[in-house]
Design a binder for this molecule. Structure first.
Ligand code: PEP
Ligand code: MN
Length: 353
């Protein structure tokens, strides 16, 4: 249930509402207050509240209205907000702003899996820009399966990403793995990535909602997460105060070993029914094989994605991370070109209904 608060409500009216909510929830379930499109709202799980209680809440003078939403996720649901959300990435002072979602054309995000060195990042960043991609990716903190694998350059990687942004004007996206690092990463990054392995790291989701200065957050689907679990993870971020969430389908675990993951493209039209949040596709992690990336990029755009995130390396065979699935800058150029053609061919409006 989402309660919209009236403008210019007095502190007594506020206390009256707070007291009633404490009483009806028995203080056992948190009610979240946040601001969505300049409207103050309170969200709570109303599954155990009877109709009489709901009507008492709606009669309080602090309350403008109540929206009943019959899914566990609330603020991210299409029932709450029918228009598709868009997220602005980058600010004109340090990079070229880019819009993801809404009715904007699909965006291509590209770059190395990991920032490996200054030379590697700057060379790739320039190639990414020349290929026509609009946002640069690069992991500074890498969540690696083995403790013996390259773990990323850490803070030095963040400095290099800022330098690459300065050089190219491209906004940058990088992963954050710990709640305490949300603030420092938000100092450098235009988009904070929450990786598949951390999709249900609740303290991290909460910190991304609270401490990211409203930077865009790209939330990757956990590799064994249902769509509802994924949307509830997004709900954690939005309810904690940051509405700028972008979902990223990056493949889920399957029984077949030919591909690294099973790219669930059916979730894209499905998510358009369930949520107003933008959705992008990651065919690199979704397939694990560079030869499949161009085809699955086209398929992602055809399914209605708001963009792609692609791993690119100038010498994929020497990459310190995910070289097998990294395409070359030349291949990126053709994916960017095909993305534009697919979008024109299909007509954005047709995909958005
Ligand atoms: C990545 O983007 O390099 C990454 C680690 O992705 P995921 O969390 O989807 O595995
Ligand atoms: Mn990777």
């Amino acid at each position: 249930m989402i309660i919209t608060i009236r403008d210019q409500v007095s502190s007594e009216e506020r206390s009256q509402l707070a007291a009633l909510l404490c009483q009806v929830t028995g203080n056992q379930r948190p009610a979240f207050a946040t601001t969505i499109e300049e409207r103050e709202v309170i969200v709570l799980d109303s599954s155990q509240l009877d109709a009489q209680v709901c009507s008492t809440i709606s009669e309080l003078s602090a309350v403008e209205g109540i929206v009943h939403i019959h899914t566990p996720y609330q603020l991210v649901s299409k029932t709450f907000k029918a228009d598709r959300s868009s997220v602005q990435v980058g600010d004109a002072s340090s990079s070229q702003p880019v819009i993801i979602g809404g009715s904007a054309a699909p965006v291509v995000i590209a770059g190395p899996c990991a920032v490996e060195s200054r030379e590697q990042l700057l060379e790739t960043a320039q190639a990414v820009k020349a290929a026509g991609a609009q946002i640069l990716r690069g992991g500074a903190f890498k969540p690696r399966t083995s403790p013996y694998q390259f773990q990323g350059l850490g803070l030095e990687g963040l400095h290099l990403l800022a330098e690459a942004r300065e050089l190219t004007g491209l906004p940058v996206i990088t992963e954050v793995m710990e709640p305490e690092m949300v603030e420092p990463v938000a100092e450098y990054a235009d988009i904070l990535q929450i990786g598949s392995r951390n999709m249900q790291n609740f303290p991290l989701l909460f910190a991304a909602g609270r401490n990211s200065q409203h930077r865009a957050i790209m939330l990757k689907r956990g590799f064994a997460a249902t769509i509802d679990e994924w949307l509830l993870a997004a709900e954690y971020i939005v309810s904690a105060g940051n509405p700028n969430v972008i979902l990223c389908e990056r493949g889920i675990r399957s029984f077949d070993t030919h591909t690294r993951n099973l790219l669930d493209l059916a979730c894209i039209p499905l998510l358009r029914e369930l949520t107003h949040l933008p959705v992008i596709v990651d065919p690199s992690h979704g397939t694990g094989r560079r030869e499949l990336v161009p085809t699955m990029s086209r398929a992602g755009i055809a399914a209605g994605a708001d963009g792609l995130i692609l791993e690119v390396h100038h010498d994929p065979n020497s990459a310190l991370c995910d070289g097998r699935q990294s395409i070359t800058p030349e291949q990126l150029q053709s994916v960017v070109h095909e993305t534009r053609i697919m979008n024109e061919l299909l007509g954005r409006k047709a995909l958005l209904v």
